[in-house]
Design a binder for this molecule. Sequence first.
Ligand SMILES: [Zn+2]
Length: 139
Amino acid sequence: MDQNKKKQVCFLWKEAYDEMIRHCLQASPLEACGLLSGKGSSCEKVWRMINVEKSELSFAMDLGEMDRTFAAMKLADHKFTGIYHSHPTALPIPSDEDIRHSIYPHAFYFIISLKEPKPQVACYLIDQLEAAEVEIVIL
Ligand SMILES: [Zn+2]
């Protein structure tokens, strides 16, 4: 992580924050995943996605479901602004695989850790195999 860069800020609506955690707790012990949308660059709405890998250690989304979700976002006059997945037993730090598979450098990349009794959420921007932590501001 590049600590010299000033930390960016991500605005996340409280309902979206709560919904992400709810989804991840329901899917546990499997990893959950989903997308976020909003106006401008905020993350306002959660779109739950199916983890087609049905794994406790990884996730992948179905491309058809992603296309349909991007279309639904457009209809809602929203932009795709974020992506999330859970770490049922690990800290909210992107794994090497997360970083390698990340293909949306402008999307806020949330990881919800269920390792501790109280879920922990962290957010990153991942670009060119570099993850920079982003400060979350809950609205
Ligand atoms: Zn991960």
